[in-house]
Ligand binder design. Sequence first.
Ligand code: HEM
Length: 203
Amino acid sequence: MTRYRLAWLKAGVIAASLLPFALLVARAFGIGDLGANPVQEVLHTLGKTALNLLLITLAVTPLRRLTGLNWLVGLRRSLGLLAFAYALLHALTYVALDWRMDWSTLYADVTERPFITVGFLAVVLLIPLAVTSTNSMQRRLGRRWLKLHRTVYAIAALGVLHFFWQVKLDTSEPVLYAGILAILLGFRLADWARRQALHRLRQ
Ligand code: HEM
């Protein structure tokens, strides 16, 4: 894959990832509408897209290992940052539209409703990953960068738990997300175990 092609592919991936947001804006401003509960519709679309993008980001390394398409790694940072942007917008929608910046009630909500606590924790933990996502930060942190960025699995688990807890009756969708996350994590653990075994053999 040439640099030029990768740049185009990256632009395509970013445009596709921004589509759910663009559709929300279009629906809010005239093309169709946001249904009977617009705030909930916005919250759900942003939250679901954040989780989808987070899982797609986690799928990059397994896909790269399975297919040998090393250029896939060039898409990972953009996908991760887009997941963060959606998660932040989702949280801000809740603060600005659902609670209209009512800080005391918000504080009570974050501390007393476990699904909100977990979502809040996930957003907070995503911040250091977004801040350290640059090449220079990666160079500066060295091996610590890898350790820090592995927390993304725990963050995705918090996202899935948050999804689980807010569902009232049908848990099939969060169960599906949990299954996908378990497969992705299982792949990384198996890969790690294989590398350890190879390392021991070489010693
Ligand atoms: C401060 C942080 C967060 C707050 C305050 C928050 C709040 C909410 C609220 C109020 C809902 C809707 C509940 C309902 O309709 O009854 C929701 C749903 C959801 N949130 Fe969050 N959330 C946060 C972080 C996150 C993060 C980090 C993710 C993903 C990475 C996420 C993913 C989701 C998903 C997937 C849903 C369900 C969407 C659906 O049912 O279609 N949230 N969240």
